[in-house]
Design a protein around this ligand. Structure first.
Ligand code: CAA
Length: 424
């Protein structure tokens, strides 16, 4: 029997290596994740048995270079795995992907020694890792953080709090961002690798969440926490914000893949249910209104998937438009996830609203993807800033756009006049 289009057709675009990861992740998702998804959603507990299964299948550390004990896979390999896991459970998708988010600062900014010390442990799945950037009063404005790190001999003393730490509590390692130079604008922040159990570091409030309930989201508290100076990321202070932004560029295609997985998973359930549910003496899949919904859902899932692949390629190849591509994929795919999962609930009708049906969980899990790793408002801002920067390469179009003349008006004065108008 021919495989569905997204399995056979889409795979044609992927290398054999990437297809191998995709198939392996699909097998784990169907054997281990799907049967346990509802249980851990209800319990809101970390699914250690799933984590062990991911490690046993060799999926942990696919994104880590071979020289540091990883599989040396690409961002696309990471994305296809996240998609497959998220099709079965959005929580497990992020439970897996957040280890990439937490280890990317080491990969992009760590010293050789730091990489050798920590990455092999993460690659083997022996150590889980989390990423500590946000604070209660610094979410979208990540640079506005207040947590402090003060140099003291061979240590840095960390004081403050972090918010929205996904994987916190389960993780053994934390890449934590703190202010080292409050007087500097561009070199204000540095990153540290903090190990679980370091005196003065503890897990605070554990959040009770709408979705992704199997993965913990917590507050981190630092009270005169002494971190060895060799755990300053990259061995140099002041590069934390840059490393955070470079990390997010690499990680956002993974959130986009989570969105695609959630949308694709919900669509598959909607296809099956619409073809089973009988109303007015016919399968509801024969009704044109349902058909239109299914068709629109399928088009959007496919478009989002293609953008994930394109953004993964951009990151992997260090393309000049990497930041924009990563933001576009994250924003588009997670908006699609929200729309498609909500429409899947609609197709299930009243049953879709019920907890004993599998579909409402997709909608709950999808919501956070529009918020974390940069809200979709921040993504649109990043995209627009990059579009404006690109204008410098489009000067050859200027001569095709007429410039109107009006007596007494110099077009060059208008910008200043407008700015004065705005500020008054
Ligand atoms: N790569 C490298 N450097 C970058 C960069 C990038 N993509 N983007 C910005 N920078 C550099 C700039 O070049 C600039 O450097 P200089 O000072 O040397 O010139 C510096 O960073 C500051 O840049 P901006 O002026 O653009 O910074 P900004 O304050 O205006 O903020 C922002 C930019 C895009 C809004 C950023 O703050 C941002 O991405 N906010 C969202 C934060 C976010 O995504 N948080 C998610 C937390 S993680 C999470 O959610 C985890 C989870 O639970 C799973």
């Amino acid at each position: 029997m021919a495989a569905p289009r997204d399995e056979a057709g889409m795979s044609a675009y992927l290398s054999n290596e990437t297809r191998k990861w995709q198939e392996r992740a699909r097998e784990v998702a169907n054997r281990l994740v799907r049967p346990l998804a509802a249980k851990y959603d209800r319990l809101q507990e970390y699914p250690w048995e799933i984590k062990e299964g991911l490690a046993a299948a060799g999926l942990t550390g696919v994104w880590i270079p071979r020289e540091y004990g990883g599989a040396g896979g690409s961002i696309l390999d990471l994305c296809v795995i996240v998609e497959e896991l998220s099709k079965a459970c959005g929580g497990v998708g992020v439970l897996f992907a957040v280890n990439a988010l937490g280890s990317f600062p080491l990969i992009v900014g760590g010293t050789e020694e730091q990489k050798k010390r920590y990455l092999p442990l993460i690659a083997r799945g022996e150590k889980l890792v989390a990423f500590g950037l946000s604070e209660k009063y610094a979410g979208s404005d990540a640079g506005g953080m207040r947590m402090r790190a003060i140099e003291s001999g061979k240590h840095y003393i960390l004081n403050g709090e972090k918010k929205w730490n996904t994987n916190g509590g389960a993780a053994d390692l934390y890449t934590v961002f703190a202010v080292t130079d409050p007087t500097s604008r561009s070199r204000r922040i540095s990153a540290f690798i903090v190990e679980k159990g370091t005196p003065g570091f503890k897990i605070g409030k554990v959040e009770d969440k709408m979705g992704i309930r199997c993965v913990p989201v917590v507050e981190l508290e630092f009270d005169d926490c002494r971190v060895p100076a060799e755990n300053l990321l990259g061995g140099k202070a002041g590069f934390g914000f840059k490393h955070a932004m470079m990390t997010l560029d690499r990680a956002r295609p993974g959130v986009a893949a989570q969105g695609v997985g959630l949308a694709a998973g919900a669509l598959e359930f909607a296809q099956v249910y619409a073809n089973r549910r009988i109303q007015f003496g016919a399968k509801i899949s024969s009704f044109q209104m349902i058909q239109q919904m299914l068709a629109d859902m399928a088009m959007k899932v496919e478009a989002a998937r293609q953008l994930v692949y394109a953004s993964a390629w951009a990151v992997e190849n260090d393309a000049p438009d990497t930041t924009k591509m990563a933001a576009m994929a994250k924003c588009f795919a997670t908006d699609v996830a929200m729309e498609v999962t909500a429409n899947a609930v609609q197709i299930f009708g009243g049953y879709g609203f019920m907890r004993d049906y599998p579909i409402e969980k997709y909608m709950r899990d999808a919501k956070i993807t529009q918020i974390y790793e940069g809200t979709n408002q921040v993504q649109r801002m990043v995209i627009a800033r990059n579009l404006i920067k690109e204008v410098g390469q489009l000067t050859h179009l200027e001569s095709y756009i007429p410039v109107e003349t009006q007596r007494g008006v110099n077009p060059e004065d208008l910008v200043a006049a407008e700015a004065v108008g705005q500020s008054s």
